[in-house]
Design a binder for this molecule. Structure first.
Ligand SMILES: Nc1ncnc2c1ncn2[C@@H]1O[C@H](COP(=O)(O)OP(=O)(O)OP(=O)(O)O)[C@@H](O)[C@H]1O
Ligand SMILES: [Mg+2]
Length: 372
């Protein structure tokens, strides 16, 4: 095993990518990450479903693509964000429909499962899948076939299913938001991506990788990070993980003069009130033995963070209500949405998890109250 890995991208851009992904290479340097990628490469060729757990921006989709590439499957990789699908059309989006199956079905349509035939389907934010669809997904996994809406003819499937989540699905099962039988089916193997703050050995190599990548795109020389900038990158909490680091570096390149990238060029969120005093490594258990671990990744961490955030939300809302003379229900909804969104530093997925609704609902609320 080498000390550090920078993997060139093998991604084939197949035109089926509802989710955006920009990296062209993967960087792993921290011992935890090296251990993790070793494990991922062991399970990738085995034809089992894999549940990928990790905070937002930790690289779940990147890992899903890597698993697909190493699986030897000739078909396409298709990534679908379950938090962004419309509830009314989702069944047809998953399983397809025949012409005339319902009003507006003017042509026959292949669903995502058929589109991923021979390849891999990655369902990100699987916790957002409506319960009705969970039942149908379970049946598809058991029968290994689908039936388009408006048809009676089953179509045999050869699709590997990968799923992603940044919420604790075990809690979702306890709250009756997720089916336990579906969880068992999708969780044959699991990969837990630690948050960036728990793999500090990745921070500077990733920063260098993004500097080089964006400098090449901007056709400029890569600037050097000053010692102060390196220290700041290493001490920051990275609530948005690798995606946040990528954005911070991209922005810093735009504002830094050629040659040096200093601490003043790094646009980091000042409020680190949510930073745990001792970083919890609940994920490390699963990274050493993800398959045998019965719990899903950092379940306890997710629960404790959820509690912290919900306590803050309750306190803020209580305080604001005491200062006001009266509330309509809509004003209350506005207040709760705004506070939750602020507590989650503008992260829609975390806001959805804090409020116990889907990302779609959060987006609707944010738009309704002009918060987007
Ligand atoms: N090891 C890595 N090396 C290089 N780039 C990475 C690595 N991990 C993640 N990235 C980059 O970070 C960004 C976020 O990764 P990705 O979209 O896979 O995260 P995610 O966990 O799926 O996020 P979300 O929860 O928001 O869906 C992408 O641009 C990705 O290419
Ligand atoms: Mg993702």
């Amino acid at each position: 095993m080498p000390n550090s890995l920078i993997r060139p991208s093998l991604l084939s851009l197949d035109g089926h990518q509802p989710l955006s992904i920009r990296a062209r290479a993967m960087v792993f340097n921290d011992p935890q990450s090296l251990h993790l990628i070793d494990y991922v490469e062991k399970i990738a060729p085995r034809d089992v479903p894999v549940l990928i757990f990790g905070e937002t921006g930790t690289g779940k989709e990147l890992i899903a693509r890597h698993i697909h590439q190493l699986s030897g499957r000739a078909g396409p990789f298709l990534a679908v964000n379950c938090g962004a699908i419309t509830e009314s059309l989702s069944e047809s989006e998953f399983f397809g429909h025949e012409k005339g199956a319902f009003t507006g079905a003017t042509t026959t349509h292949k669903g995502w499962f058929e589109a991923a035939q021979g390849g891999t389907l990655f369902l990100d934010e699987i916790g957002d899948l409506p319960l009705a669809l969970q039942v149908k997904l379970l049946r598809v996994l058991q029968e290994r076939e689908i039936v388009r809406i408006g048809s009676t003819k089953p179509i045999a499937l050869d699709v590997r299913l990968l799923t992603g989540t940044n919420v604790d699905l075990q809690s979702a099962v306890q709250a009756s938001r997720f089916r336990s039988d579906l969880l068992y089916r999708i969780n044959i193997a699991q990969v837990t991506l630690p948050p960036l703050r728990e793999r500090p050995g990745d921070i500077l190599p990733l920063a260098k990788h993004f500097i080089d990548m964006y400098a090449a795109r901007m056709d400029i020389e890569s600037p050097e990070l000053t010692d102060a900038a390196k220290q700041r990158l290493l001490s920051y909490w990275w609530p948005g993980n690798i995606r946040e680091l990528e954005n911070v570096i991209h922005f810093a390149l735009l504002v830094s003069p050629q040659g040096k990238m200093d601490v003043s060029h790094l646009k980091l969120t000042p409020d680190t009130a949510q930073q745990p005093s001792v970083p919890q490594s609940a994920s490390s258990q699963a990274t050493t033995s993800p398959v045998s671990s019965p719990a899903i990744g950092s379940a306890s961490e997710a629960v404790s963070k959820g509690l912290l955030a919900s306590e803050r939300l309750a306190a803020n809302v209580r305080e604001l209500m005491t200062c006001s003379e009266g509330f309509s229900l809509a004003e209350f909804e506005h207040l709760v949405t705004r506070e939750a969104y602020q507590i989650c530093h503008g992260n829609q997925v975390q806001t959805a998890s804090l409020l116990g609704v889907s990302r779609n609902v959060v987006r609707t609320l944010l738009k309704r109250y002009g918060l987007l």
